[in-house]
Design a protein around this ligand. Sequence first.
Ligand SMILES: [Zn+2]
Length: 169
Amino acid sequence: MKLDVSKGFLTPATQFPFEADVTLEPQDVNGEMVSFDTVSISGTFLVLDDEIHLKGILRTVAHGACAVCLEQADATVEVNFAENFEQNVDETEAEIFCYTGKSVPLDHMALTLVMLNLPMRFECEGECKSITKYHLQMNEDTMSSCVDGSPTQRPFEALQSLLKKDEEV
Ligand SMILES: [Zn+2]
């Protein structure tokens, strides 16, 4: 999927809205295949000094195997992004994407963003998810109990109000 950004070259430093759909091939994630719904991207692009700035939101649903019961599990992936595209850069070296001509290739960016934002593990809806939630809740409870809840004492405040009363009389 290539996004035509020629409008941006005609009118630099101006934001143009865009929407695009990208299809991703299933990916091998730590030995397990993860597939993806069509990735929908919406946002704005802007051309400035031969650099293309793209920002917006990217959404898809990833399908993997539940870490608990190995049934199919879905995970929504939603990423707010802001990425730059430059000409003649080595994508493996720099954290910048490359474009040629007056269009931006979205496949590589979409794949990179989705892979970076995949959940650590998949869990199917229902029992498996509630088991994990329970464990997370337990951790949070032990952490919050460390906070000291005793009210702050301010002896001087009481003294001040006493003095004020004297002045009023
Ligand atoms: Zn499960």
